[in-house]
Design a binder for this molecule. Structure first.
Ligand code: PLP
Length: 414
């Protein structure tokens, strides 16, 4: 069993350790393990946002000469540093929900009536809702497949969904938001007869995506989790070059229009990825995405992945030693190669334990019903000793039965 001293020593030799200092850390005693819901605020974002505000104040509408290209410029940075895609294949705009609607709508153009849209029953709710709405509007079937709750969608369990037949579209998450299972994106994409949309929300910035190498055609994902771009920051949308000509967004907006300011013309979309823009992009938020992407680029995805594995491995090890005897169960894959950067633990009293952790132990995970607690370990700012301390506090709290003393009324955001 590793000691706290050993954990501190591991931090001492961590090449990414200094990145923690690039973020705002409020109360140093709080252990924040929910960066997979909302990443921390980078110090540089504060500075860049005040520069952006000044530009708004001084340049007014003239600022658009520079701002107008931000969705692609930030998209290009994301493509090369984070997604393993080519320039011109990624834009940053709208929310993940809206981007998913755009891509799914474009791919379903011409789908035969009664064809199926396939997703995993365990997929993130907004993804299921968007697909359900599209299925209803177009007379298609939404086919929810049951995959292993811990291991996520595996190609061998999806033979029928991937085979040629009546499937018009498949949509899956690269990393499952509950268990943290990492899907075999390459095998599923290559085997699927229908196009596959990947949602990278829980992997972008922490797990190599390698979209080009893996033959991925289209993808979406958000920037406020491991990319630390802040609450409500715009999402990204990726379309491989060879598909851009063929796919038409169902949201025809003026930002996707060729010669946007020739306003009398009928709709005639830009030829490239810009056609997937809809309305005016959120310029201030785009500045924050840029900073978030630059930080990840500087650290390097390979190093981030390596550290995230070390952190989740420690969490699993401490769980086995300290928590399993207290009634906890690992609800994430055991194999680190099959896991993203968070670990879920199950416990029958998961909800009051989560409340007690936050209120009494200053550890912030999140609760995912009915019985899971998720611990995210974003490697840019999470220390080995944070994982050690968090699980030590959790063990002590449950041993003392403190979770039975908290007011366990549900709050609106968990
Ligand atoms: C976080 C997350 C989203 C968020 O969608 P928004 O439109 O940004 O609210 C979507 N899909 C997955 C898989 C997520 O993890």
């Amino acid at each position: 069993m590793i000691s706290r001293e050993r954990a501190q020593h591991m931090d001492g030799s961590d090449p990414l350790f200094a990145f923690r200092d690039r973020f705002i850390i409020g109360d140093p005693d709080v252990i924040y393990l929910d960066g997979n819901s909302l990443g921390r605020l980078p110090k540089a974002t504060r500075e860049w946002l005040s520069v952006a505000l000044e530009h708004w104040g001084s340049r007014l509408v003239g600022g658009w000469h520079e701002w107008i290209e931000l969705p692609e410029r930030v998209g290009d940075a994301l493509a090369s540093a984070v997604l393993g895609a080519h320039p011109g294949e990624v834009i940053v705009s709208d929310s993940t929900t809206v981007n998913l609607y755009k891509l799914a709508g474009a791919l379903l153009e011409g789908a035969s009536a009664g064809a199926a849209i396939v997703t995993d029953r365990g997929n993130f709710p907004t993804d299921r809702y968007v697909l359900e709405g599209l299925a209803r509007a177009r007379g298609l079937e939404l086919r929810l497949i049951d995959t292993d709750a811990i291991e996520g969608p595996r190609p061998e369990d999806m033979t029928r969904a991937l085979a040629p037949g009546d499937v018009a579209l498949v949509c899956l998450s690269h990393v499952a938001y509950r268990s943290g299972a990492l899907a075999d994106m390459e095998t599923i994409t290559r085997r699927s007869a229908a196009p596959v949309i990947w949602d990278l929300s829980h992997s972008a910035g922490v797990v190599p995506a390698e979209l080009a190498r893996r033959g991925v055609e289209v993808a979406v994902g958000c920037t406020y989790k491991y990319l630390n771009a802040g609450p409500g920051a715009p999402a990204f949308l990726y379309v491989r070059h060879d598909l851009q000509e063929r796919l038409r967004t169902p949201i025809q907006g003026w930002f996707g229009q060729r010669d946007q300011f020739e306003m009398e013309r009928p709709y005639d979309p830009e030829p490239g990825i810009r056609s997937f823009l809809a309305g005016t992009p959120p310029v201030l938020d785009l500045m924050a995405v840029r900073v978030g992407v630059e930080l990840v680029a500087e650290a390097g995805i390979a190093s981030l992945r390596k550290k995230a594995i070390a952190l989740t491995e420690l969490m699993v090890e401490l769980h086995d030693e300290w928590l399993a005897p207290l009634g906890f169960e690992l609800a994430s894959p055991r194999d680190p190669a099959r896991r993203g950067a968070h670990v879920a633990l199950r416990h029958p009293e998961a909800w009051p334990i989560t409340r007690a952790l936050i209120e009494r132990a200053k550890v912030i995970p999140d609760f995912r019903g009915p019985d899971s607690i998720r611990f995210g370990v974003p490697p840019l700012y999470t220390r080995v000793v944070d994982v050690w301390d968090a699980l030590d506090r959790l063990r002590a709290l449950v041993e003392r039965g403190e979770h039975r003393e908290v007011d366990a009324a549900r709050t609106r955001v968990t």
